[in-house]
Design a protein around this ligand. Structure first.
Ligand SMILES: [Zn+2]
Length: 83
């Protein structure tokens, strides 16, 4: 739990509440321990994804903006249009 507290952000509350509801929804189908484990894995997965995304957004700055949608261009590609 120390790791979670270290990186705690305000919008994490929304994520945690959502995941807690998800966990409660899982409990009728499996042991609470497994539901908690799945929820923890999801939490760290989402945190990892968000951190990676934020890093790539920071990297984008300076490469330009997409003509079609106005997104920041990354690796000469628009993350929205050139997937
Ligand atoms: Zn675009």
């Amino acid at each position: 739990m120390v790791l979670i507290l270290l990186n705690f952000e305000k919008r994490d509350i929304v994520l945690i509440v959502g995941l807690l509801l998800f966990m409660i929804g899982l409990i009728p189908f499996m042991a609470p321990v497994y539901a908690a484990l799945i929820t923890l894995v999801m939490y760290f997965g989402i945190k990892f994804y968000v951190a990676k995304r934020r890093k790539s957004i920071e990297k984008d700055i300076g490469e330009g903006i997409c003509v079609d949608c106005g997104s920041k261009v990354f690796n000469k590609k628009c993350p929205n249009c050139d997937l």
